[in-house]
Design a protein around this ligand. Structure first.
Ligand code: ASP
Length: 603
């Protein structure tokens, strides 16, 4: 394939020994100018592939970030001028003729500075920030990941189909963005939280296997792993089981891994939600952390110690952590209470002349049977710390997870979480509902189109919290990378789920009638998945936030600092859209004409 180089013959970073002696043109930005005092000046010219040193006559009126075309002879540098850090570091372009294609004002921040630049400044000048090595690398990695996914999906017979952005509410648990309709005044489109409903309808439509690199929009509080708009690999297939979807996604991940890292990922284990909660206290376990919760309930059935009595007794053994200060241990207890528990018991494992000694606020109440139960079940060594929570099982495990995360984040434990390790895990059999609200209505854990486990169907209305679902998550290094489920494809089951969620049938048909009606016409069994692309790229790029792998992200307070959006809108437009009728804004917040959210920009 011929590369269209445009104004240049070769990219800056691609100049190599094969070019020596040739006269070539390169184009790019001035990265650095070094004046060696003689007649010559050294200009490092940069494009997205790297840099090359160009030697030019002195007294040029150029500055960093000027856009130049340099034409010169590729030559070997004298040995003493080698720069082994650069791919082109043994070569240079000599006797260069310069063409200034554009000038540049001094940049508001240095592009590749080792000391961090304030993120809001980077976001305000994102078009400059993206020139940096870091952002170039991240966006190119993103491209490679997307391309690999597209190829994998295509080779698995998935068809890429676009679905609308102007859509209707898709119940996925977040607030939605609304777009007013000019033609249907007083009515709004919703921006889709995901293409969930559309892809299910594509299955009814006989598409068989669909995928899309889809924009999803959710009006949620922003965090390191959340943006209003994010991108998903969204997929759905007909006549498949949960295991087949898991296999399909696993094979995409495998191919991605081979392409990006050149080797296979570690085999991906599958555990149920219940196992995940029992072993890790979270449904997003980070397998790089070698800590498992231990269930000690059976050992303390007859104990007289209140702190060890309870419906369940869960423990965590922290190796070499006995020296954690009393103040920090008190913080552990506070975390337990903040999370709704009664407290937390800590026991330092020390040594005296009789052997192991258990040092704790309840030491004097511990009987020999309690001590041997602790020692035999956990096998602690001198210098270890035991943490015990005896509340209801799920709560106890969640508390231990919270304390463990705190201890790791504060470097209180001797655990180094390797940054270059990628540990995936599938979590299956999620509960169908996560809670029951004050009105007695169940709250969906995934989304309401998830198929309940067949054996639990009868419990839907009577004991919703006992209903398990055919939902599964893919977790990577403690981040939820994606989730999916087998879907309901029978109208009666879908109606029952809506009822469990407290929706009357009238309301259900009002909101989702088109979908329930579609199920009348031979909807095939189907299942699917949505994989968070931004998170995947961020983890593969070793970045702490998805903002680093998105070209134009919003700030933490939801503002595009570059364009200062969202912006206020002229009253005339609001009237035209039917949002206000007279002089005053109709409901909601009043906006002043032409005012941008300048005060928030500085946040
Ligand atoms: N729509 C779901 C989500 O965005 C993914 C799925 O169930 O396919 O989380």
């Amino acid at each position: 394939m011929t590369v269209a180089y445009g104004l240049r013959d070769v990219y800056c970073g691609e100049i190599n020994d094969g070019h020596v002696g040739a006269v070539v043109s390169v184009c790019g930005w001035v990265a650095r100018i070094r004046d060696h005092g003689e007649h010559l000046v050294f200009v490092d010219l940069r494009d997205h592939t790297g840099q090359v040193q160009c030697v030019v006559e002195k007294d040029l009126n150029i500055r960093p970030e000027f856009v130049l075309k340099m034409t010169g002879t590729v030559s070997n540098r004298p040995n003493e001028n080698f720069n082994e850090k650069l791919a082109t570091g043994r070569l240079e372009l000599k006797d260069c003729k310069i063409e200034v294609l554009n000038s540049s004002e001094p940049l508001p921040f240095p592009l590749n500075s080792k000391v961090g630049v304030d993120e809001s400044l980077r976001l305000k000048y994102r078009f400059l920030d993206i020139r940096s090595d870091r952002m170039q690398k991240n966006l190119r990695l993103r491209h490679k990941i997307v391309q690999t996914i597209r190829n994998s999906m295509s080779s698995l017979d998935f068809l890429e189909v676009d679905t609308p952005l102007l859509w209707m509410p898709t119940p996925e648990g977040a607030r939605e963005f609304l777009v007013p309709s000019r033609l249907q005044k007083g009515h709004f489109y919703s921006l889709p939280q995901s293409p969930q409903i559309a892809k299910q309808l594509l299955m009814v439509a006989g598409i068989d296997r669909y995928f899309q690199i889809a924009k999803c929009l959710r009006d949620e509080d922003l965090r390191a792993d959340r943006q209003f708009e994010f991108t998903q690999l969204d997929l759905e297939a007909s006549f498949v089981t949960q295991n087949e979807i898991i296999q399909i996604v696993t094979s995409v991940i495998r191919e991605l891994f081979m392409n990006i890292f050149g080797h296979e990922p570690e085999p991906i284990e599958t555990i149920t939600w219940e196992e995940a909660m029992s072993l890790y206290g979270t449904d997003k376990p980070d397998l790089r952390v070698p800590l498992r919760i231990r269930d000690l309930t059976q050992y303390f059935k007859d104990t007289k110690v209140n702190a060890l009595k309870g419906v369940s007794v869960q423990a965590l053994l922290l190796k070499k952590a006995a020296s954690i200060s009393r103040a920090k241990l008190d913080e552990f207890v506070a975390i337990a209470k903040r999370n709704g528990g009664k407290g937390l018991l800590w026991i330092r494992v020390t040594e005296d002349q009789n052997g192991l000694n258990l040092d704790s606020p309840i030491s004097k109440f511990l009987e020999d049977s309690d001590k041997s139960a602790l020692i035999n079940s956990l096998n602690p060594e001198v210098g270890d710390l035991i943490l015990i929570v005896s509340d209801e099982k799920l709560l106890s495990c969640q508390i231990l997870h919270a304390v463990k995360s705190f201890a790791i984040s504060q470097a209180l434990v001797d655990i180094l979480v390797p940054e270059d390790q990628y540990r995936f895990i599938w979590v299956t059999d999620f509960p169908m509902f996560e809670s029951v609200d004050e009105q007695g209505n169940a709250v969906a854990a995934h989304h309401p189109f998830t198929m309940p486990n067949e054996e639990d169907l009868d419990l839907l209305l009577s004991e919703p919290l006992k209903v398990r679902s055919s939902a599964y998550d893919l977790v990577l290094n403690g981040w939820e990378l994606g989730s999916g489920s087998v879907r309901i494809h029978q109208r009666d089951i879908q109606e029952r789920v809506f009822t469990a969620l407290g929706m009357s049938l009238d309301e259900a048909y009002d909101r989702f009638g088109f979908m329930l009606n579609a199920f009348r016409f031979g909807a095939p069994p189907h299942a699917g998945f949505g994989l968070g692309l931004d998170r995947l790229v961020a983890i593969f790029a070793n970045e702490p936030s998805i903002r680093e792998v998105i070209a134009f992200p919003k700030s933490q307070s939801g503002i595009d600092l570059m364009t200062s959006s969202p912006t206020a809108v002229d009253k005339k437009i609001l009237k035209e859209l039917g949002i206000i009728s007279g002089e005053k804004a109709g409901g909601g917040t009043k906006v002043k004409d032409g005012e941008t959210l300048k005060s928030e920009v500085s946040n």
